[in-house]
Design a protein around this ligand. Sequence first.
Ligand code: FAD
Length: 504
Amino acid sequence: MIGGGATGLGTAVEAASRGLRTLLVEKTDFAKGTSSRATKLAHGGVRYLAQGNISLVREALRERGLMLKNAPNLAHPLKLVIPAFRTWEIPYYTIGLGVYDLMAGKLSLGRSTHLGKSATIGHLPTVEQKGLKGGILYFDGQFDDARLAATLALTVSDLGGTVANYVEVVGIIKKNEKVAGAILRDRETGSEYEVSAKVVVNATGVFVDSVRKMDEPESAKMLAVSQGAHLVLPKKFLPGTSALMVPKTSDGRVLFGIPWHDRVIVGTTDAEVPEPVDEPRIRENEIEFIFAEAAKYLANDPTESDVLSVYAGLRPLVKPAQSGSTAAISRDHTIVTSKSGLVTITGGKWTTYRHMGEDCINRVTQVGAFKSVASRTAALPLHATTAAPEVLASPEHLAVYGTDRKKIEALAASEPGLGDHLHERLPYLVAEVVWAAREEMARTVEDVLNRRTRSILLDSTAALAAAPRVAAILAKELNHDDAWQKKQLEEFTSVARIYQLRPS
Ligand SMILES: Cc1cc2nc3c(=O)[nH]c(=O)nc-3n(C[C@H](O)[C@H](O)[C@H](O)COP(=O)(O)OP(=O)(O)OC[C@H]3O[C@@H](n4cnc5c(N)ncnc54)[C@H](O)[C@@H]3O)c2cc1C
């Protein structure tokens, strides 16, 4: 398996759970690509319903329900409210969302309903009240994307598979013109290895075309890459537990304001970009667009000085025969097998990662002529997941560890300093850094502050201030010297600046 995002990890869990010998390699860190940069919604996609893509919505609603069942400490139901400023919007969206509820069937998270003006304000105390007629309440799921990725990686290991971060595929090995393995480069040491494999899966997100070229240099591009960006604001901009959903922005898309880990995420945008990059940057027009839309729907307009963090991600969208705007391209997934047997899977959404994995391993079973084994991931709880109240209890950020939470709390109590907060504006404990290095394959300061904890997203300036302490802990845990710490801090500083709206 090449690629440690939602798609590769979901496929690796599927493979290992069906008894296949599984190796997944990721060139940077798990979820460092698109999979840590989502809006964090486990959703059927109300927008796709409006586009008439019934099968995609039905599939995503089922997968939304399964994600909440199989990882209840990482995903939970979320109330979303559409504020209505025109009277016709209330029956229009209430009927549409009624269909959405019906399509979820037994996995429905709650019934949507219309709200009067004061009930709408009850859910969204900061909503713009001028001209407000009422609202529509509906349910979707919300999750922590990078933490779910870490949990999937640990699940592959639990199932007997192997996962490695900082290992890049630099070539495809062929025997008799059939794919027979890959050349791997360890990015920490520079060493190269050859591994043989009966089937190789290319799950490299926006990079699938470059891996396809390693197999067939003449292969045509299958992807259009589209960027989406978010701003992270303090909780005061949406102080309740309900999210704000704008069904039609000035460019005809949807925009969300979502409470997440005691902050508010606002986004997203959608514009085609020419080439994929590892560290996409928010663009000026995206910043202006999000501020302008947020100001229309929030009573107090956010300003630049309110922004705690910004982030951008790249969508791997499979090009249709006739390409128009990227917003109109389907979010269905696609699996293609090359002449030499390389299986490429891309497109889709985080929400449908499990189903993508299931479909992909069905294809792998054919390509590798493996014994057919039924999928069991629909009812497979992931690593350490639980709905036990003591795990979900406050402080909320520790819930993401599931049953491992107890071990982290014990670690925090085991030595002076380990129970300290990393920074006064961040919820995370020093013990979580140690845990990430020992148990969750964190290799760099950025792994810890961006994905094992979500420090950069919650407060990029606080994350920068916490970085020297994290570097020192990692150096001790992973046996590195002072030069390593210095280099780590330089690298982290340059990445963290990308998450700052106006880096100083
Ligand atoms: C702005 C935005 C918001 C979104 N919001 C949502 C949402 O709310 N809900 C939802 O369900 N979906 C959402 N999505 C979609 C979802 O995030 C993506 O569909 C999903 O994360 C794609 O995962 P992936 O594994 O295919 O790609 P990636 O996460 O990019 O993973 C591919 C990995 O392959 C690695 N790689 C590349 N080349 C190599 C190589 N040669 N060797 C080894 N590794 C390699 C990369 O480093 C990368 O980590 C959103 C997407 C965007 C951009």
